[in-house]
Design a binder for this molecule. Structure first.
Ligand SMILES: C[S@@+](CC[C@H](N)C(=O)[O-])C[C@H]1O[C@@H](n2cnc3c(N)ncnc32)[C@H](O)[C@@H]1O
Length: 219
């Protein structure tokens, strides 16, 4: 008999299910992107560091938020940029965000950032998105990042030494349980940047890793 190979679900279906079944928590919420998007101790220092950067540019940047989630984070940035384009793969979430958050400089789009052309902008925000995706999906996304001036990348990483970029299938979980995390400068991605700077690090309690935000400038 022919052996069955495990086929991963399409990422769109996976993300839809995560929100439908509240796999990232938030029973009381209609959509919930996880503790990392709502815990004030995690969110506040992240917001401060990104807002400082946007203010340093005199609020003149156009920003594209890839995997904007429930927009509990992105909603704070619109006053500090000229245009804000927020993208997510979950159609019902984007429909909800469109009715809930209205600003003259804010646009929501339902896009799969792996498979489609990305909107034009000066700056990309990618917060706790790549950590949920497979290496082949990450490869397709990063090919498109070269045309941006700034990339603000946030990843949940183990504390101390870890094996970068162990492959996973896209889902609710991340590489942390395999003592791994996403590092775009390590194999198999091997990206080289003109500048790389850590903007903010948050250490979670009970050895649950750290959430690291870096600013990258492509060549
Ligand atoms: C953990 S949430 C983070 C949300 C937000 N960035 C934040 O920090 O609050 C990850 C988000 O990425 C979105 N996402 C995952 N894969 C995607 C893809 N291929 N295209 C667009 N969005 C995607 C998910 O639907 C989800 O809303």
């Amino acid at each position: 008999m022919k052996e069955k190979t495990k086929q991963p679900w399409p990422t769109k279906d996976v993300m839809n299910q995560i929100y439908d079944l509240k796999l990232w928590g938030g029973e009381a919420f209609d959509f919930y992107s996880g503790n990392g998007s709502h815990n004030p101790k995690i969110v506040a220092p992240y917001l401060d560091s990104v807002i400082s950067l946007l203010q340093f540019h005199q609020n003149s940047l156009t920003v594209c938020d890839l995997g904007c989630g429930d927009f509990n984070i992105g909603k704070h940035f619109t006053p500090y940029c000229t245009q804000y384009i927020a993208v997510d793969i979950v159609k019902s979430l984007i429909a909800r965000n469109k009715t809930r958050f209205k600003e003259d400089n804010l646009t929501f789009k339902c896009l799969d950032i792996v498979e489609t052309k990305l909107p034009k902008a000066d700056c990309i925000i990618l917060r706790q998105v790549l950590q949920h995706l497979s290496n082949s999906e990450i490869k397709k996304i990063i090919k498109k990042l070269n045309s941006y001036k700034y990339i603000i990348l946030t990843e949940h990483l183990p504390v101390g030494d870890f094996i970068p970029n162990k492959n996973i299938i896209a889902g609710q979980g991340i590489r942390l349980k395999h003592n791994s995390g996403v590092d775009l400068t390590a194999p198999p991605f091997n990206l080289i940047f003109k500048e790389e700077k850590t903007l903010q690090t948050y250490h979670l309690k009970h050895n649950k890793g750290r959430i690291v935000t870096k600013l990258y400038q492509p060549f």
